[in-house]
Design a protein around this ligand. Structure first.
Ligand code: ADP
Ligand code: TRP
Length: 318
């Protein structure tokens, strides 16, 4: 008997080198939920979202290729997951326009990304202002049930829910309301300086780092000698081993920061090595990425176009 599985959808913008914060905060949940077999998964390279930040064609190509390889390397099997590029599916931008017509400027002005830009006195682009509507379209086109993301994306999912409700009230029941899926214990992965790990802060450990890079990054972790343990080392270590596994080791090596860092290098390398191998193998097989995205494009177009036909009828343009 074939049953219809609930839909999981998520995406990441191809805007830079992926780091372990992206993995533990976002990608790992996507992979675990995919592997549970309980969901029909759609995973997207959000290149039109990235266009707000990356305005160089060669760079956009490279980052898109890298993110696609990363998704496959961490375990999202493109024969079972619909792995696609946002720009390959025209329904996303078409639906964004329709959502724009039922959304007010004051409502969008409350979005964090817009407010941050305003506080920094930046001249925020219309694309950044409208970011939540494109994301709502991404999610709502596929009748998504859950959206696994990092904590910082929670507000965007609320925008998607509000937009679905508003559309349904205005034009009749069309969209399902999605739920965010956020893992609280790794909601914010700290970087080598203890602040949130982010490519904008230069405090990352790259997800496919070589042993040498891992060593350099770990040796650069800022150690705070005031507490019982070097907190910044421990916080990253905790992502790889349970607290009970670490407790005795940290107790035995109290104050010996070099030994603790060496252990962290070892554990990071053990975790990263198999991912790095898959990633390197994909680099030598560019056809695999092209095929994966081509398959994803066909499937995502098919599903989203059906939904759009319904949407066009609901609003009265078809
Ligand atoms: P960055 O902060 O490096 O620019 P992005 O904003 O591109 O990262 O984030 C991509 C995904 O990874 C998002 O879903 C985000 O929630 C998650 N993420 C990024 N950094 C972290 C972190 N330090 N801890 C947890 N999740 C993170
Ligand atoms: N805005 C997300 C981020 O910055 C990326 C994204 C785009 C996304 N569309 C999405 C995430 C749809 C989940 C669902 O990380």
């Amino acid at each position: 008997m074939s049953t219809v599985k609930p839909v999981l959808l998520s995406g990441i913008k191809p805007t830079g080198e992926l780091h372990i914060g992206n993995y533990f905060g976002a990608m790992r949940q996507q992979v675990d939920l995919f592997k549970s077999g309980n969901y029909q998964c759609y995973i997207m390279v959000a290149d039109y979202h990235a266009l707000n930040f990356i305005q160089d064609a060669a760079e956009m190509h490279r980052l898109t290729q890298e993110l696609t390889m990363a998704y496959i390397a961490v375990g999202l099997d493109p024969t079972q997951v619909v792995l696609f590029k946002q720009s390959d599916v025209p329904a996303h931008t078409e639906l964004t326009w329709i959502f724009d017509t039922i959304t007010t400027m004051p409502y969008l002005s409350r979005a964090h990304a817009f407010k941050d830009g305003e506080t920094k006195n930046q001249e925020v682009s219309v694309g950044t202002f409208n970011y939540p509507m494109l994301m709502a379209a991404d999610i709502l086109l596929y009748d998504t049930t859950i959206v696994p993301v990092g904590q910082d994306q929670k507000q965007h999912i609320e925008y998607a829910r509000d937009t679905a409700e508003k559309f349904n009230r205005t034009f009749g029941e069309t969209f399902m309301l999605p739920e965010p899926h956020i893992m609280p214990e790794v909601a914010i992965v700290p970087g080598t300086d203890g602040q949130k790990m982010s490519k904008s802060y230069g405090n990352t450990i790259p997800l496919f780092a070589s042993r040498d890079v891992i060593t350099e990054k770990v040796m650069g972790i800022v150690t705070d000698s005031s507490g019982e343990r070097p907190q910044n080392v421990y916080a990253i270590h905790k992502l790889l081993k349970s607290e009970s596994e670490l407790a005795s080791f940290y107790e035995e090596h109290r104050g010996k920061y070099k030994a603790l860092k060496e252990a962290l290098i070892e554990d990071l390398d053990t975790f990263i090595a198999p991912l790095r191998e898959k990633y390197e193998a994909l680099k030598n097989d560019p056809g695999a990425v092209v095929r994966a995205l081509e398959d994803g494009k066909q499937k995502a177009r098919e599903v989203s176009e059906k939904k759009m036909e319904r949407v066009r009828r609901a609003v009265g343009v078809a």
